[in-house]
Design a binder for this molecule. Sequence first.
Ligand code: CP3
Length: 343
Amino acid sequence: MTILNKVISGKIINPPPIWLMRQAGRYLPEYRQIRAESGSFLNLCYSPKLASKVTLQPIDRFDFDAAIIFADILLIIENLGFKLDFNEKKGPVIENCLINKKINILYKEVKKSPLINIGETISLTRGKLDKNKSLIGFCGAPWTVSTYIINGGTTNSYEKCIKWAHDNYEYFMEMINLLVEISSEYLIMQVEAGADIIKIFDTWSGVLNKNDFDNWVIKPTYQIVKNVKKKFPDVKIIGFPKNAGYFYEDYIKETQVDAVAIDPDLDMLYCKNTLQKLTVIQGNVSPEVLKLGGDTMKNDIIKTLDTFSDYSFIMGLGHGVLKDTPINHVSEFVDIVRKYKRK
Ligand code: CP3
């Protein structure tokens, strides 16, 4: 069993294992080089050899305890008939998004689509990765993915997506249900290819009220967990309902994920006294503090370890590594954690 799997199964390991969201990416020169060679972000995601190299770069450099497969949560929308592009300045762009007009949603099977390449990246990477390290597969949660499909990209007015969902409720729920089906199929393919942990990213879960959170976050996530576990009962699943605040508790109890990633906005003592009693947690140093470095970073890392190391815990960030983060801050982060002695 990998070290991360042991921790998610309830073992307390000190110092705890480490991996960071967005640990592969633009803050690394070796990533920027392969990214330039690949021509575009999508080419890179769909090229198993290059994507596998990029997945392993942060492991070679920092010796993290897990690799997360290099891909993107939005690739899957092409299987439903939406056209995805990544713009250098704007980020993701969905050409036929729903804000102006509904389209007929398709369902292209995962194994008959370009997503099959992600399976190939996983098998290539598993063959090269140390046996003690986990390979993390992932998908976006239906609500978060649907915000991009509705709006056509990242937005700063999520109320428009919420309104659209309520105004077009039947169509919206049909889309959520299709995303549940296809995401389950995609995750099962990833586990078959060699992923031993799955993460479900719900980056925009924090904008919803409790009722919508229950219907659009908790229920679809529970369905995905159920579908994956039916096929692979032992695979471990980490949920990330970012900015869900006090809704984290119901999310943990009702989705039946095996662990949750916590964002930096959550109070650490609340996490320790409440969430850590319910499940295994991963988190939650702020990516801004990692970028800042120095004593602020050092103190936050120690405080995080002091708070969470009485129970099973995975050390990480509350969100992804920021693009201009100095590399030596990441090495220092790993160094501080590995030298940590539990009080
Ligand atoms: O190391 C890893 O975490 C693995 C790869 C990974 C990427 N995206 C690579 C990526 C993962 C797990 C994701 C998840 C993802 N993608 C999320 C959920 C997690 C989160 O960050 O909240 C979301 C919302 C997306 C959608 C997405 N992809 C956006 C909004 C953007 C543009 C913003 C940005 O950071 O540029 C992307 C692009 C993207 N995904 C990049 C990378 C490395 C940058 C593209 C590039 O290199 O040109």
